[in-house]
Design a protein around this ligand. Structure first.
Ligand code: HEC
Length: 140
């Protein structure tokens, strides 16, 4: 089954989970269409549940994951000061999946974005704008 997460649903659920002192559970709901031109908007909608609005990996759904979501503001710092754009793009799309073993917690966004339609160009625009947004939040 494909993993689909929206921030709104995950946020609501994480809050409910806390209120009832229950373990955080991730509710998987179909990702909603968003504006492919806005990296920050897409990040809030698709990524913040796990990575946090600030990208630091402390979103409300993070506690329920096997693996802690990466702190996306340190990618340049961890790569000799250079933003690893190609790696980020491949990770978002899920292009690196075949090479890794087992499954990952993070959805394969390439498939999800393609399901929105608009063709390959729009899908690439989404991934590129997300990558640019992440590049813009790098810590110096
Ligand atoms: C369901 C939780 C979840 C969602 C939603 C999610 N991620 Fe992730 N992400 C993870 C986890 C967990 C990792 C850690 C690595 C792994 O699981 O392989 C990760 C890793 C990454 C990495 C690799 C960082 C590194 O150190 O190289 C990037 C880039 C990334 N995510 C970007 C995104 C973007 C952009 C979105 C939204 C389109 C997103 N993620 C949505 C959970 C999530």
């Amino acid at each position: 089954m494909r993993l689909l997460v929206t921030v709104a649903a995950s946020l609501a659920l994480a809050t409910a989970g806390l209120a009832q002192d229950k373990k955080t559970e991730i509710k998987k709901v179909p990702a909603q269409y968003s504006n492919p031109a806005s990296g920050p908007e897409m990040f809030k909608q698709y990524c913040a549940a796990c990575h946090g609005v600030d990208g630091k990996g402390t979103g409300p759904a993070a506690a329920a994951l096997k693996k802690t979501p990466a702190d996306l503001t340190l990618l340049s710092a961890k790569n000799n000061g250079k933003f690893p754009a190609l790696k980020v793009i491949n990770t978002i799309q899920g292009a690196d999946i075949a090479a890794s073993h087992g499954s990952r917690d993070m959805p394969i966004w390439g498939d999800i974005f393609r399901s929105f339609g608009g063709g390959q160009m729009i899908t690439e625009m989404r991934v590129k704008n997300l990558s640019s947004h992440i590049e813009s939040i790098q810590q110096k």
